[in-house]
Design a protein around this ligand. Structure first.
Ligand SMILES: [Zn+2]
Length: 352
């Protein structure tokens, strides 16, 4: 299995995460990537550096005004002049627009040129601070997904994208949930341009809301997500079973929420249900959005999977027999995610 990563993805080093009205230390630590990198090395899988593809592959799923904002926000923030107040160390919103748009439909660019207004418009919550190196890291994280997609397009088989920051909560024009650029969606779009019919299977603990939203009105990309019941868990507002797509995309989105406290058996049943939907759709290629925050001791988990679960998930996904881009999403217990990835890869290779 080919694998991709670049150290530039470590530069993003968020300092603030607002939780219950308190500024907390973020959980998306650069050391997460070290743990995954070490696990691959121990399995003898070399990491290749992705090429610099620029903004073009990002523009295939994100709006240009949003990318313009992300690319320039930190520099403009440092230069902000407001009487009586200095800008903080990172860009963070203090406004929230009344509407968040229609699923599957691009919003108009922010009507105001004010950086404060644009920050409220494009940054969906208080988990996505923009620091001096955020743009470089999220751009390169996306390139890692593009390189893995291109490797699969070139020679079939499977490739792993060690994406950090993660991407599946990033919408077409909105950052949220530690995610800025939707790496899985970019990989899927790239595969779709060649194959015309692809699927995204998201097995992270959280609903892949950004990915669902991006493809919600399309029938050429099936989106399937297994995740903890969102009624009392992030992202709260989406991830319910009744969300099936819109317009020609009706029937091409499937959410399989799992009860909090569920262990291996219940989660694997949901994975089997998702795999059956994938088989029925018969995609030409697959993007697997792989998270390890389903693990029982993950600091933000509400599920109870043990490390064996990732081998079983790997077997089931491998058995689909599809050209597959595996994109790393969440997983925040640094000691567990390396063994989890190793188990997943063993299962995946055994299942094929
Ligand atoms: Zn997650």
């Amino acid at each position: 299995m080919k694998a991709f990563f670049t150290d530039e993805q470590l530069l993003h080093d968020p300092q603030q995460f607002m939780r219950l009205g308190r500024i907390s230390k973020p959980t998306d630590l650069p050391s997460r990537a070290h743990a995954l990198r070490d696990a691959l090395a121990q399995r003898g899988i070399a990491l290749a550096e992705p090429a610099d593809y620029g903004r073009v592959p990002l523009e295939a799923v994100h709006s240009a005004d949003y990318l313009d904002y992300l690319e320039s926000a930190y520099r403009l923030w440092r230069d902000l002049k407001m009487p009586g107040v200095e800008p903080g160390i990172e860009v963070l919103p203090n406004l929230s627009p009344y509407t968040s748009g229609t699923p599957g439909v691009a919003r108009a660019p922010c009507p105001s040129p004010s950086l404060v207004a644009r920050t409220g418009y494009y940054i969906g919550d208080l988990s996505c601070p923009i620091g001096p190196d955020t743009w470089r890291s999220v751009l390169r994280s996306a390139h890692t997904a593009v390189a893995a997609a291109d490797a699969v397009l070139e020679s079939g088989g499977a490739a792993y994208a060690l994406c950090r920051p993660s991407g599946h909560h990033a919408h077409r024009d909105r950052a949220s949930g530690f995610c800025y650029i939707n790496n899985s969606a970019i990989a899927a779009q790239r595969l779709c341009e060649r194959h015309g019919r692809v699927a995204v299977f998201d097995v992270d603990a959280h609903h892949g809301d950004g990915t669902q939203n991006i493809f919600y009105a399309r029938d050429d990309v099936l989106t399937v997500s297994t995740h903890a019941d969102p009624s009392t868990y992030y992202p709260f507002y989406t991830g319910y079973a009744h969300e099936r797509g819109a317009g020609v995309g009706e029937g091409f989105n499937l959410n399989i929420p799992v009860a909090h406290g569920a262990g291996n058996d219940a989660f694997l049943q949901a994975v089997d249900q998702g795999a059956a939907a994938l088989r029925a759709f018969a995609p030409k290629a697959l993007v697997l959005a792989l998270g390890f925050d389903t693990y029982k001791d993950d600091p933000i988990s509400v599920l109870k999977l043990d490390l064996d679960a990732y081998r079983h998930i790997g077997e089931r996904v491998g058995a689909l027999g599809l050209p597959t881009v595996v994109v790393q999403e969440g997983g925040y217990m640094v000691e567990a995610i390396g063994p989890a990835l190793d188990n997943f890869i063993q299962g995946f290779l055994a299942g094929r």
